[in-house]
Design a protein around this ligand. Structure first.
Ligand SMILES: Nc1nc2c(ncn2[C@@H]2O[C@H](COP(=O)(O)OP(=O)(O)OP(=O)(O)O)[C@@H](O)[C@H]2O)c(=O)[nH]1
Length: 538
């Protein structure tokens, strides 16, 4: 290391006059304090200063670019290690642009710190201003630029590359995947340029870079060289990876659902469908076969699947025009299945981007509900409508009589001395009697009549459209049919009779209770008169 202890600009070594006589510029720069410590006459000229003092007083700290600062920060530890660095720097003496080969070495200044002793060896290339500007642009760009020789050895790097990757040995060292790096390198023997996105090694670890590579010719040697430009895309890559993961997660969710999903864009093209949807409508085709198809045409060609084909299509159009938040409706399929359909428009920042259809097969649920509804309105022993169902039907009929002037009659039927049957033959045989009565009513009444079991051994029959006379005739006919029927009991076959009270619904009846009360009175009359008979009460 050169010894240069007294580095004061004013009291520099006595050899300075000798140095001033050199044609070669020589100067000492304090990298840490960003200050010129010494410059011989040739260097003062090179730096475009009028006097050495003006150069020593120059404010390098505020005029130095970040790129230059980076470059010098890279030099400093290397000079400390005793390295002699040969590199080119650009100077602008008298508005002339020139690139100088500079040899930099360390020189002791004070307190054990070092200065950078620079010898301007040759004005290797004198560049025109625009070329020099281009060179400056490369130096100052945040893009990392590195140049390698035909064997992949580094020739030069711009400050951005130097700052990110110090101590570079070869082209492949830049890449995490060195085999792939060699492939790219060899690819450049046949192709003039290529671009890749690769995981790159830099001083602070691994980063994703966009890498542009091109083949060029070294202007000094005429040999091939590779120019590599890189910029960091780690943030974008991280985002892309997160997007891929969330897309996959969404796909897993969509596939896992047992409801049919169909996502259409604003032009009614399929974006996503799942297997459950294909199983419902596309004969089990794979969902990817549906992507991109026109849903308008698809709806037309699949409308035959529905009980109301035209309604299916027009309802879709209505929903798409209204674009209400979420709308559910029920579809009945031609094969008897029931589908619940949910429509959800897709808005992003108030902009319409299509819509989602969700189809759920609710056939089992519907059947179950129907079953429950039927059980809730049916008497389990006889299968006839129960009291609840009778009340509903009677109210409906009473309204029709009051409001529409329809006629209707009511029979109240009670088994005679049923207690005795139970007591002598047993409850199970008594049940047979109740079932026989129910079967008789079921088989000998019109489709529109409604027989009900409203109590233990009490039955009612609503006869819509029937006059009192007709109803009385029906009652007598039923009475005879029941009396003639034989019940096959365990021990002995037996018969029983019934008493029947007949009345009519009238517009003046204030409630169903009024009508049933009248039927009850008629029944009482029948019982009181000796049973096995019909009594009428209007
Ligand atoms: N086997 C059977 N018997 C029932 C059922 N529900 C009610 N009963 C019986 O029906 C009988 C009704 O008897 P009562 O109300 O005294 O009248 P009755 O013996 O039929 O006499 P009258 O109506 O006056 O002719 C009672 O013995 C009840 O136990 C049923 O579901 N099965």
């Amino acid at each position: 290391m050169t010894s240069f202890h007294d580095a004061s600009p004013l009291a520099i070594l006595g050899h300075t006059s000798l140095l001033d006589r050199l044609q070669t510029p020589v100067w000492i720069f304090d990298i840490e304090k960003e200050r010129m410590l010494y410059a011989n006459t040739a260097a003062v000229r090179l730096w475009g200063a009028d006097t050495p003092q003006a150069l020593y007083a120059r404010d390098f700290a505020s005029t130095m670019s970040e790129a230059t600062r980076h470059r010098l920060a890279d030099y400093h530890p290397r000079l400390m290690e005793g390295e002699v660095i040969d590199e080119h720097w650009s100077f602008y003496p008298g508005n002339q642009a020139l690139s100088m080969h500079c040899r930099c070495s360390a020189v002791d200044i004070d307190d054990g710190r070092i200065g950078m002793l620079v010898e301007g060896l040759e004005n290797e290339i004198s560049l025109d201003p625009s070329s020099l500007r281009a060179l400056e642009a490369v130096r100052h760009t945040p893009m990392m630029v590195s140049v390698f020789d035909g064997q992949g050895q580094p020739l030069v790097s711009n400050p951005a590359a130097l700052a990110a990757r110090s101590g570079l040995i070869s082209f492949v060292d830049c890449f995490e995947d060195q085999d792939a790096a060699w492939q790219i390198f060899h690819q450049l023997e046949s192709e003039p340029r290529c671009s890749v996105e690769a995981l790159m090694r830099i001083s602070e670890g691994e980063r994703w870079h966009h890498v542009d590579l091109c083949r060029a010719t070294d202007p000094k040697t005429g040999l091939p060289m590779i120019v590599m430009g890189e910029f960091d895309i780690t943030a974008r890559k991280t985002l892309e990876t997160a997007q891929i993961v969330s897309k996959r997660q969404l796909e897993v969710v969509i596939e896992g659902l047992d409801v049919g999903l169909l996502l259409e864009d604003e032009n009614r093209r399929v974006i996503v469908a799942n297997q459950a949807f294909c199983d419902l409508f596309a004969g089990g085709a794979p969902p990817e076969d549906l992507v991109g198809i026109d849903c308008r045409e698809a709806a037309q060609s699949s409308k035959a699947h529905f009980m109301e084909p035209e309604g299916f299509v027009t309802r879709i159009e209505e929903l798409l025009v209204a674009k209400r938040k979420q709308t559910r409706d029920l579809l009945t399929m031609a094969d008897g299945r029931f589908l619940e359909r949910a429509y959800t428009p897709l808005f992003v920042a108030d902009e319409y981007h299509g819509h989602l259809w969700v189809y759920r097969d609710i056939t089992r649920q519907r059947h179950q509900e129907d079953d429950w509804a039927r059980k809730a309105s049916t008497d389990p022993l006889t299968g006839l409508a129960n009291r609840r169902s009778f009340d509903e039907s009677a109210r409906r009929v009473a309204r029709s009589v009051a409001e529409d002037g329809l006629r209707a009659a009511l029979l109240m039927i009670d088994i005679d001395r049923f207690k005795a049957i139970n007591d002598t033959l047993g409850h199970a045989e008594g049940d047979k009697g109740l079932r026989l009565l129910a079967d008789t009513l079921r088989h000998h009444l019109r489709q529109s009549d409604l027989p009900c079991r409203t109590g233990g051994e009490e039955f009612m029959v609503i006869l819509p459209g029937m006059s009192p006379e007709e109803a009385t005739a029906v009652a007598w006919r039923l009475l005879r049919q029941i009396a003639e029927a034989t019940i096959e009991a365990e021990e002995l076959p037996f018969h029983f009779t019934v008493s029947i009270g007949v009345t009519s619904f009238t517009p003046a009846d204030s409630s169903v209770e009024t009508v049933t009360k009248r039927a009850d009175t008629a029944l009482y009359l029948a019982k009181h008169a000796g049973r096995n008979r019909v009594a009428v009460r209007w």
